[in-house]
Design a protein around this ligand. Sequence first.
Ligand SMILES: [Zn+2]
Length: 435
Amino acid sequence: MNNLTAISEKLAEEIEKHLVENQVTISLSEIERTSRKLLQEIGRQAIAKVTQKQETPYPEQVMCEKGHKMSYQRMRTATLHTVCGTCQVKRRYYLCPSCHTGRVPLDERLRLRPNGHSAELEKLMAMTGVQLPYGKGSDLFKALMLLEVSEPSLSKATLKVGELVREQEAKSQKNSLNEAYLLQTKRENRTPLRLYGTIDAAKVQIREEEGHQWRDLKLGAWFTARGKPPNNPDGAWKIQAEQIHYYADIAPAKRFGELLWGSGVDHLAHLAQELIFLGDGADWIWNLVAQHFPKAIQILDWFHASEHLMPVAQAVFSTTDEQVAWVSMMKQLMWDGKTNLLIAHCHQLEANSDANVIGTTAAYFENHKDRMRYDYFRNQGYQIGSGTIESAAKQIGLMRMKVPGASWNFENACKVAKARAAYLSDGWQSLPLAL
Ligand SMILES: [Zn+2]
């Protein structure tokens, strides 16, 4: 019989004892609840014991930063908040007689955080905080982890991830402005064959001195993709985006452009053989793309483009059948890259209606004609719609930032958006959270 079997038999006895003592009607749920509670307590005690055992039996030779010999003072107790609950550990405390600085070698060795949340616990808290409003997150955390974490501490853990992301972004941006670094990326010969970029924005409400303001949360993503668009505009889209990396900021276009360039260099977008950008019609997006990646292929997102058709149809045709028939015909023209014909059809309708939407839509198509060569793009095997990416990008803004009653100050909104973008990215595990 191995050790764990022996322990589990003891635990089984203990669970039964608890059930009898508490006079509960036995059900699987009761057995599960009792089992978890006891396991948690066993884990808590074990963590304390193992951690304590890492301390040396006798005082050791400890130097201060300046190389003086420090003298052992006493054992100091620290409270540790771990994934199994709170425990206490005694650590040796040393003091330098010359500098009067103290050191606790065990804290350094095990990366203890006396009186704080352990790094592992904090990581789990941050994963909850990026997903849910802190109140709901706190409830869920308690249900899953059997631990009480306050809303402010969930917030703190989440914002810390945002800060970490911001630091990494600053590093990337610095590299991206360094000629030697750029040259080095070229020499490494890791040129991506086909890389996609997309940029978008969502509105978030920010608390400011003059009251609430709607600000643009700008979002970007880099990804590679497998699969092709369907054979006809109404076919099923089965595109698999891979290696998705999201980034976000609440910043003017110029500053967001620096982030675009910095994260682009991280993904070797500046070297990509084919760099394809998908976006909606907003000018700032295409200006940034042209400025930072002038060779990129620009594609007006298919879904954005086709969404403009129905309002035109509704302005002109009275029955749903007529509207749908016209939209379907226009979609086919778009799909085949016959943008001039599409525009001509729009102008034709202008004669029958004085709704502004017809003229503005025709102008919109005219403006993005080069980005609507969907027949050519499809022949090249390019993705023409950023559907999956975009909906996920919108989630960064909408799901987490637009919860009812949430009002963010600017700093926290930026950090949560960054944390959330990182969490939705494929590289989330590589963030140095729990060391
Ligand atoms: Zn010293």
